[in-house]
Design a protein around this ligand. Sequence first.
Ligand SMILES: [Zn+2]
Ligand SMILES: [Zn+2]
Length: 377
Amino acid sequence: MSFLKKVNWFNTIFMTIFHLVGGFLVINYIINFGWDFKLLLLGLVFYLLTGFSITAGYHRLFSHKSYEAHPVLQFFYLVFGAAAFENSALNWCYDHRVHHRYVDKKEDPYNINKGFWYAHLGWILTKSKGKEFPQYKRDMQQNKLIMWQHKYYIPIAVLFSFILPMLIGGLFGKAIGALLIAGLGRLIVVHHATFFINSLCHMWGKQTYTDENTAKDNFFLALFTYGEGYHNFHHLFHNDYRNGIRWFHFDPTKWLIKTTSYFGLARKLSVTPKRKILMAKMKMKQKLICYKGYDKSVWTEQMESMIYKVDQKFSHWMKLKEEYKEYCLVLKKEKTELAQLKLQEIKRELVEAKLNYKMAYRNWRGYSKFLLKCYSY
Ligand SMILES: [Zn+2]
Ligand SMILES: [Zn+2]
């Protein structure tokens, strides 16, 4: 009896119907009418619109305020975020902020310690009677657009998730097909792609920056989660608008935010200082070696001094970079020979500083690899 009381019947019935009936209807349609390129394209467009509205909108903009967005962009993310049927932005962001604050603890709404299915879907199907944290909603309650979306969440969601694809499909005579492929089918895929962030991104991958929570960095998962797979980085530096920090990290949400900034729709993109990221990475590696090695005294001092050296060299390089930028600005105004010479000198120092840092980093990396190898036997 107590179990039945814990069930969130509305969500359970909705999710069951939409998975079983929706899934059946979509498969049945494909069997009877075959694949249609226009419908697939429409499905892909709605998959991208609704998914990115969750990751770039609900997540990185409204939950973490990792950048500021023009009201037009906010409106766009709110209507298509609603179309992902993952709750209103106010409730979604509230849950997510509590998740960050109490990750892996009993207050965490999608605590991975309760198992994969609970973190993935189970938490949506149950009534959470946890402690309330009104402070995590307050700022969002001041945003009129967020409150408008919260009030009309269901009609907005139905309109942008089902009616809009139907209308577009109707333009080429396939309204029902559009409802099934770009509406229901797309919704199932978007749900699981984004739910993986709460489940698998806390299970599989590397703890590159911190082991104080279960979040993992996983390139493979980034491919399915609109770039949210670098979850270990995200949990430590949640104000950063990026999850994948290197240019080759697959993070299309980051690319989208950056692109919108070029059009004046996003600004003040928050970026974690490089030194902070570097230090977290090195300290984490040291911790890992520490777990494996028994006789710490042999290498601790050596490792500490190497980390210190990398830090020094990196800071010096960054300082020169700033100086160089400042000098370039000066030179634009006064094109004197002296300024030119000074600029060349800083440029030379800058190249040298970069090489010194790279060398110190390589030495540290080589030594830490060597230690990890030693202790893995
Ligand atoms: Zn997480
Ligand atoms: Zn987050």
